[in-house]
Design a protein. Structure first.
Ligand SMILES: Cc1cc2nc3c(=O)[nH]c(=O)nc-3n(C[C@H](O)[C@H](O)[C@H](O)COP(=O)(O)O)c2cc1C
Length: 331
C-alpha cells in the first residue's frame, strides 16, 4: 500500500493535495465535497485587512450619525442584535468547519500592517484554526520605498504575530523579490513554519473604449507551475520549513514535479474551479498510479529527490542554459 501522507506545518496530512483559498473553500457545502474527494486540508478564503478597516469606518459612521439624530430616532436605528462583522462571520465559519469536517483548516489573512492582526490572529486560533497563512499582497509601487523596507514589513508582521499565537504560520509570497531564497531564509529565522510559493498577482487591464482600468481575473495555466518548481528546487536544501507549491498546478504531472523538487504539498485552485471539487480524486488516483509505476513506496520517499542538491544536472536550475535555449528556437 503506497503511503501518500506528508507533513506540512507540523501537521500530518493524508496526502499532498490541499485546496488553496478560493470561493470553493469558502462554503461548507463545497468544502465537504473537497474533503470527500480527498483534500487533506484546506485554506479558507482570506480575511482582508482593507475590508475590516472599511467595515470599522462604516460602523463608526453609523454609530456617529445615530448620535447626531434625535433621541427617538436613535431607538428606531439600533445596531441589529444579529449584526455579524466580517471577523465574526469568519470565526463562525472556522467553528462550523471544525465541527463538520475532519481535515485541518488553515485560516488566511491578507494585509500588511501589524495593527489589529495580532488580536485577529489570536481569535482565529481560539476559533480552532489549525494554522494561519499570511498573504502579504503588496505592490511596492512607491519609488521612495527601498526593497529592504518592504522586506522588513513582512518580517515585522511575522515576528509580531509569532509572539502572540502558537499555531503554525506560513507566508504566501510573491516571486518578485530581488533574492527569493534569502527572503525565505529570513522568514524561517523570524519563525515562519512554512512558505507558499508563489502568490499570483492579477493585473488590471485597460478598457480601450472608456480608457479606464478594469479588474481582470484570469485563472492560471499549467505553464505557470514551472516558475514554482524551479524555485522550490533551488530553495529546498537551504531551509527546513514547509514549502507549499501554489500557482499553475493543473496536471498530476505538475504536482509530481513539485513533490520531486521538495514541495511538501501542492495547493490547487484554478484546476478545481475549472473541473469541480471531485477532480481531486482523479489527481489522487493518478498520483498513486505514478508512484506505483515508478516503484516509490511513499510520497516521503520521493519528496525532494530532485532538489538542487540531488538533481543530476543542478546547473540547469540556475542558468537553464539560457543561451542554448534561446538559440534553439526554430522558426
Ligand atoms: C476566485 C479566486 C479567489 C481567490 N481568493 C483568494 C483569497 O481570498 N486569498 C488568497 O490568498 N488567495 C486567493 N486566491 C488565489 C488562489 O488561492 C491561488 O493562490 C491562485 O489562484 C494560484 O493558484 P492556481 O494556479 O491553482 O489557481 C483566489 C483565486 C481565485 C481564482
Amino acid at each position: 500500500m503506497i503511503d501518500l501522507s506528508t507533513e506540512y506545518l507540523g501537521l500530518k496530512l493524508d496526502n499532498p493535495l490541499v485546496p488553496s483559498s478560493s470561493p470553493l473553500t469558502g462554503e461548507l457545502d463545497s468544502a465537504k465535497k473537497l474533503e470527500d474527494a480527498g483534500a487533506s486540508a484546506l485554506v479558507l478564503p482570506s480575511l482582508f485587512e482593507e475590508s475590516i478597516e472599511y467595515e470599522q469606518k462604516q460602523l463608526e459612521r453609523f454609530v456617529h450619525s445615530q448620535a447626531l439624530g434625535n433621541y427617538e430616532a436613535q431607538s428606531y436605528q439600533p445596531i441589529p442584535d444579529d449584526y455579524g462583522s466580517e471577523l465574526d462571520n469568519y470565526l463562525d465559519r472556522i467553528q462550523r468547519y471544525k465541527s463538520s469536517l475532519g481535515i485541518p483548516i488553515i485560516a488566511s489573512l491578507n494585509g500588511i500592517s501589524t495593527n489589529g492582526w495580532i488580536d485577529t490572529g489570536r481569535e482565529l486560533q481560539q476559533a480552532g484554526a489549525d494554522a494561519l497563512e499570511l498573504n502579504v499582497y503588496y505592490i511596492a509601487a512607491d519609488p521612495d520605498t527601498a526593497g529592504e523596507v518592504v522586506e522588513k514589513r513582512y518580517i515585522q508582521l511575522l515576528t509580531d504575530l509569532r509572539q502572540h499565537i502558537t499555531i503554525p504560520v506560513t507566508m504566501k509570497l510573491s516571486s518578485q523579490f530581488s533574492s527569493v531564497a534569502n527572503m525565505v531564509l529570513k522568514l524561517q529565522h523570524a519563525g515562519a513554519q512554512g512558505v507558499s510559493l508563489f502568490n499570483r498577482f492579477y493585473q488590471p487591464d485597460i478598457d480601450l473604449e472608456t480608457l479606464q482600468l478594469k479588474p481582470h481575473l484570469e485563472l492560471s495555466n499549467s505553464n505557470e507551475s514551472l516558475l514554482r518548481i524551479r524555485w522550490i528546487a533551488l530553495i529546498r536544501d537551504y531551509v527546513n520549513i514547509s514549502i507549499a507549491a501554489t500557482g499553475g498546478f493543473h496536471n498530476t504531472s505538475d504536482i509530481i514535479k513539485a513533490l520531486l523538487v521538495g514541495a511538501d504539498i501542492t495547493h490547487l485552485c484554478s484546476v478545481l474551479l475549472n473541473n469541480g471539487p471531485s477532480h481531486i480524486s482523479v489527481i489522487k488516483d493518478e498520483l498513486l498510479k505514478w508512484l506505483e509505476e515508478h516503484e516509490y513506496d511513499s510520497v516521503t520517499q520521493m519528496k525532494g529527490s530532485l532538489s538542487k542538491a540531488c538533481a543530476i544536472n543542478p546547473e540547469q536550475l540556475e542558468h537553464c542554459n539560457y543561451m542554448h535555449v534561446i538559440k534553439s528556437y526554430a522558426q
